[in-house]
Design a protein around this ligand. Structure first.
Ligand SMILES: Cc1cc2nc3c(=O)[nH]c(=O)nc-3n(C[C@H](O)[C@H](O)[C@H](O)COP(=O)(O)OP(=O)(O)OC[C@H]3O[C@@H](n4cnc5c(N)ncnc54)[C@H](O)[C@@H]3O)c2cc1C
Length: 330
């Protein structure tokens, strides 16, 4: 880290709550700031109607909270957020800027890097600061290897992969400052108009937060297979996920996709059914505590990542398993 030392975290909201990924980033920032014994953790939020959010973010580790409150902030627009994000980065002398590796961070981070003329590493899983240097680790070669990046610039931007950091827990004893600001831009400066936004409702727990996931792949052969997988998820109280093949085929919604270009999950139990175990898929589920594979090919690579496995046709194994579990739960 440079003499600058402050760490900026772009906090996003999930409905009325601080998003889980933001809590992970705050946890990461606080740990880095603590280890290096200098620099503040500064949380930046763009939105409207913040209520007690400033105080909440201090209890979640921010030394300072900057709230941009304006109706133009929502929904996310690069034109609305970028100028003030860049100004705050300069004003606060941030040396590290953390954003979520999601649609907002993926869009805003490169724009900000261009504005600040600094380095950017996307989809980071680990950050270490040694002296004046920040080292950012991320997956490369389709999940087969990890690379460590560092930059010569004084500022580094990183987008953080969900479920890669330990989320911070609330501590109401923490103290810090809160500043509320208007956006510096005017309505006409926002060139994009969001016409419609659809919220996909799903039954059961959210995939990203589920402690049990039943994931289906190409081996399920069609939507019917996903109904069978959903039955198992139902008795287990889990969520249904999928490989990219299954999503691309339209057997399940695209939001089910787990992997390098899908969601990253870290459940207690991950049941992979008819999934071969390509590195692109493993990149999204490798942090699961226990992986169970059901596959009719004993050589499927997925077995190499699994604690338990069953070799056979899912159409025979799955209904029997679901029935047994349902019986045990009676
Ligand atoms: C840049 C890039 C990004 C990618 N991102 C992702 C990603 O985010 N997520 C992802 O999943 N993939 C991703 N992929 C695709 C990835 O490389 C694989 O193609 C994909 O994961 C394969 O899916 P699958 O294992 O479900 O299907 P398949 O490769 O078709 O494998 C099906 C498996 O099911 C088994 N099977 C077949 N019939 C049965 C049966 N009746 N009962 C039990 N088992 C059966 C087979 O033995 C096989 O192992 C990406 C690829 C690229 C190039």
């Amino acid at each position: 880290m440079t003499d600058q030392g402050n760490i900026l975290v772009l906090v996003e909201m999930d409905q009325d709550k601080v998003s889980d990924l933001s809590l992970e980033m705050l946890g990461c920032a606080l740990q880095l700031a603590g280890k290096n014994d200098k620099g503040d953790v500064i949380a930046v939020v763009f939105g409207l109607g913040f209520g007690t959010l400033g105080k909440d973010l201090i209890s979640f580790g921010a030394n300072k909270v900057i709230l941009f409150e304006d109706k133009l902030c929502l929904p996310y627009q690069a034109d609305a957020w970028l100028p003030d994000m860049a100004a705050i980065a300069k004003e606060t002398k941030a040396s590290l800027i953390l954003m979520g590796h999601n649609s907002t961070g993926g869009d805003l981070a490169p724009r900000l890097a261009f504005q600040l003329k600094c380095g950017i590493a996307t989809s980071c899983e680990k950050i270490i600061i040694e002296g004046a240097k920040t080292f950012l680790t991320r997956t490369c070669y389709g999940g087969k290897a990890r690379e460590v990046l560092s930059f010569d610039n004084e500022v580094a931007i990183a987008t953080i992969r969900p479920k890669s950091q330990t989320p911070i827990t609330r501590d109401i004893e923490r103290r810090g400052g809160i500043e509320t600001k208007p956006l510096s831009i005017k309505e006409n400066d926002v060139r994009v108009n969001v016409v419609e936004r659809k919220h996909v409702e799903s039954d059961g727990p959210k995939l990203e937060n589920a402690s049990i996931i039943v994931a289906g792949g190409g081996g399920l052969g069609g939507p019917k297979g996903f109904e069978i997988a959903a039955d198992l998820a139902g008795v287990l109280g889990g969520a249904v996920g999928a490989s990219r093949v299954a999503c691309d085929q339209g057997w399940c919604p695209p939001g089910y996709q787990i992997g390098l270009s899908g969601k990253t999950v870290a459940p207690e139990l991950y049941i992979a059914i008819g999934i071969s175990g390509a590195s692109h898929h493993i990149a999204g589920c490798a942090n699961a505590k226990n992986i169970v594979t059901i596959n009719n090919d004993s050589d499927a690579p997925m077995f190499n990542f699994s604690r338990y496995g069953a070799i056979g046709d899912y159409e025979e194994l799955l209904p029997a398993l679901t029935k047994q579990i349902a019986k045990l739960k009676e």
